[in-house]
Design a protein around this ligand. Structure first.
Ligand SMILES: *Cc1c(COP(=O)(O)O)cnc(C)c1O
Length: 387
């Protein structure tokens, strides 16, 4: 027994006392937007598998085929023996999808953000780093690892960003802007045209995280950055959400990718993604550009859900995407509602502090292409009954 065990126990006791103790509950994704949890089949409004691709036969088949062909592991980091033809061809395919010169694969989205930010900041000591107040924890991790103090602008408020660029950015030797294109908790999207124009005007290096947009938004599902070719200096995104498997990409210029191959520890010292993962990514990249019908369906059911919630007198914040927060406010009430919905056959995750600011607890409702209109109506009826 470690002498630190008492401290671990005390820390757990403290989160329990705050009502913030988290536990792992086993669940199994099922086709049709369903999930099996604790022996109960639920309609799943919480997973980020927005297009249902994690259960798609094409991804499963290619993941298996590439595994049979190449094995379960890549053997080493990319710079040693870990780069296969498959890695290079998938990276070319990602670059073509995103409309950039080059792309690089990373193990996960969290790992990518945590690794690329320190590598980029190292090229520009003393740079001013402007970030949206709601950016993902992985970007905070990257900034913290680099010892960078972020200058945070109000969520999705580019007037505020511009003001800060003028006042705090002018004297700095370089500027970075960090944001997401669709936000994970509020489900709102950025004005990519204004953002890219600001970045050019103030000579700032623009980094956009498309974790929630990749596959779902923009031309051919390529994300919002695809509306402004060349406008975003570094786009990152994940394959773990709409793309149905795991892993992440960085897309940008060849120069940028070459720089990361030489300076990004999280790329250099991490084993290359395995063939099965590459197969799933490759199949998703073939399917996603043609899934316009699924994307339209997703937009329609999202609108139906927002309207339905408004009719029940509930607010959905600034959401304009397939992520729809049903605002409750109080954390305990949100957790209780989520539990009652589970009894009624609906998986709707309660999101509360510290994930979101206090007083803004909500059900984070995630729409997915396999959902039918009847599922949305059942969700709305259940919320009405359970409230
Ligand atoms: C999910 C997410 C990540 C992390 O991606 P993983 O592949 O799950 O590690 C990074 N950024 C944002 C905005 C995310 O929502």
């Amino acid at each position: 027994m470690s002498t630190l065990d008492q401290r671990f126990a005390d820390a757990l006791q403290a989160v329990t006392a705050r009502g913030q103790r988290r536990r792992l509950i086993p669940a199994q994704m099922r086709p049709g937007g369903r999930i099996l949890r604790d022996g109960q089949m639920l309609i799943d409004f919480s997973s980020n598998d927005y297009l249902g691709l994690s259960q798609h036969p094409a991804l499963i088949e290619r993941a298996c085929a590439w595994t049979y062909e190449m094995g379960t592991g890549s053997g080493a980091s990319r710079l040693v023996t870990g780069t296969s033809d498959a890695h290079l061809s998938v990276e070319r395919k990602i670059a073509a999808f995103k409309g950039t010169e080059a792309a690089l694969l990373f193990a996960t989205g969290w790992q990518a953000n945590a690794a690329i930010l320190p590598a980029l900041f190292a090229a520009a000591p003393g740079a001013a780093v402007f970030s949206d107040r709601l950016v993902h924890a992985s970007m905070h991790q990257g900034c913290a690892a680099a010892g960078v103090r972020q200058i945070r602008f109000r969520h999705n408020d580019f007037d505020h960003l511009e003001e800060l660029l003028m006042t705090r950015g002018a004297a700095a030797p370089a500027r970075f802007i960090l944001t997401e294109s669709i936000f994970s908790m509020d489900g709102d999207s950025i004005d990519i045209h204004r953002l890219t124009a600001l970045a050019r005007q103030y000579d700032a290096f623009l980094i956009v995280d498309e974790a929630h947009a990749t596959g779902v938004s923009g031309p051919f599902g390529a994300g919002l950055s695809a509306h402004t070719p060349g406008g975003v200096d570094l786009v990152m995104g994940t394959f773990s959400k709409a793309m149905g498997s795991a892993g992440a990409y960085v897309a940008g210029s060849q120069l940028l990718c070459d720089y990361l191959v030489n300076h990004c520890g999280g790329f250099i010292f991490s084993t290359a993604p395995p063939p099965g993962n590459l197969g799933a990514i490759d199949a998703a990249l073939d399917l996603v550009p043609q899934m316009e019908e699924e994307r339209e369906h997703l937009a329609r059911i999202s609108e139906r859900l927002r309207e339905g919630l408004h009719n029940l007198g509930m607010e959905t914040g600034p959401s304009d995407s397939h992520i729809v927060p049903a605002m409750i406010g109080d954390a305990t009430a949100t957790v209780e509602l989520s539990a009652r919905l589970a009894k009624a056959g609906i998986m709707a995750a309660a999101i509360r502090p510290p994930t979101v600011p206090s007083g803004t607890s909500r059900l984070r409702l995630v729409l997915r292409a396999p959902h039918q209109i009847a599922d949305i109506d059942q969700l709305l009826n259940s919320i009405e009954d359970c409230r």
